[in-house]
Ligand binder design. Sequence first.
Ligand code: NAP
Length: 283
Amino acid sequence: MQTVTLNNGVKMPILGFGVYQIPPEETEQAVTDALAAGYRLLDTAAAYLNEEAVGRAIKNSGLPREELFVTTKLWVQDAPAQENTKRAFDASLNKLGLDYLDLYLMHQPYGDVYGQWRAMEDLHREGRVKAIGVSNFYPDRLLDLVINNEVKPAVNQIETHPFFQRTADQELMREHGVQIQSWGGFAEGKNNIFAHPVLSEIGEKHGKSVAQVVLRWLAQRGVVAIPKSVRPDRMAENIDVFDFELTDDQMAAIATMDIGSTLFFDHHAPEMVSWLSARRLNG
Ligand code: NAP
């Protein structure tokens, strides 16, 4: 598997498996199937409520820990943020049944971001997590964190797909050594993406599906992707993207699909700040 090297030297697979919206009772089987299909990067979150099932699948796989790259995410914490962040980290690690994490991400740019980040810096210094990063940080919030902290985020996981390509954001991240990671790489199927004429035509030329074209396009841009599927046939399809290459013209054709705005959440919208901040997790 092709890897990217994070700003602290840690290597991360360029393609992994995400488990958002997989119900806890289906997650163990999905992750077991994903590991059998060859995925080694797993992306979960405290907020997905399926960390325990991910942990069981990891344990039952018998795979050596060092072969895996496991990410989970911190939800917005009540004050005191530093203390609560450490407690939340312990709870996640415990649910996953692991003794270290590969990547811990701050899930949302809300709450006492600095308090949460300082706790994450401590966890990183203590060697309990190999890399720390953020998610859903738009350029202003990201730069503020980069400039005013000791440890720079290694990753920013943001909505990135053919309709919202984030090329300027990616450039800024590159300047500051922050790796871009895509969530919702298929836009969760919105805008009828799997039948999109531009992507379908490119797929036909390579004998590949639309999903494979999208994942190849992300990999060629140096974007880490974590497609979700509960179907083993699609898991196999989604990881089979390293035996063809999109031409410059095909990359340019996909670039025309960018509408430059979210299909999901605007993290600047007041109602979104209220809605996401109001959610609290136990533990
Ligand atoms: P996604 O990967 O864009 O799309 C998943 C959807 O595509 C599912 O409905 C899946 O259906 C379908 N699908 C998968 N492979 C397919 C294929 N080859 N052909 C046709 N359909 C296919 O959506 P996502 O789960 O939102 O994003 C991916 C991961 O990003 C998440 O699982 C999560 O780990 C992460 N994420 C993070 C955030 C954040 O705030 N940080 C937000 C959202 C997501 P089936 O399952 O039925 O195959």
